[in-house]
Write a new protein. Structure first.
Length: 159
């Protein structure tokens, strides 16, 4: 597996992976209506290209196929993490997370924070994230639950 920064030329494969992961994997925790609302952002290609250009946006590839992608901002906001539905539980998300943590350290982030799906909660907890709060988000008039989670990177000690 190879991890590298995404390019705008990867967009169509990224969007396909995003859509399929939501409808195949996340559908175990979210309704059909919620999955369609969630995946509707694929229509806004400008938004996605901005993320590729302005975030640390990585792809994981195996034999030139994109099997995962993830992104983080310079302030530690883990925006996205998706793994191809046929490549779940093979260490891809872990490798991408390690890469993002390294980026966050280099940018002196005190913590990484994210809005995590119910489906991904166990993965993030396994890697040291804690739930800060449950929240209800609205996408195209469809409500869905996710979790604000945080991973502290630096701890300060007081004397």
């Amino acid at each position: 597996m190879r991890i590298q920064q995404a390019q705008s030329s990867n967009l169509s494969d990224i969007l396909k992976l995003f859509y399929n992961t939501i409808h195949i994997i996340n559908s175990s925790n979210y309704s059909r209506q919620q999955c369609f609302a969630w995946s509707s952002s694929i229509k806004n290609k400008t938004r996605w290209l901005n993320k590729i250009d302005n975030q640390y946006f990585i792809i994981a590839t195996k034999k030139k196929e994109i099997v995962g992608f993830s992104s983080i901002t310079s302030t530690g906001h883990l925006d996205m993490m998706y793994v191809h539905h046929k490549h779940q539980n093979k260490g891809i998300a872990k490798k991408m997370l390690e890469n993002l943590i390294d980026f966050a350290f280099r940018n002196k982030c005190e913590y990484i924070y994210s809005e995590v799906s119910i489906t991904a909660k166990a993965f993030f907890e396994k890697h040291g994230f804690t739930v800060q709060e449950k929240q209800t988000v609205r996408i195209q008039d469809v409500e869905m639950e996710n979790l604000k989670m945080v991973l502290p990177l630096f701890t300060t000690t007081q004397n």
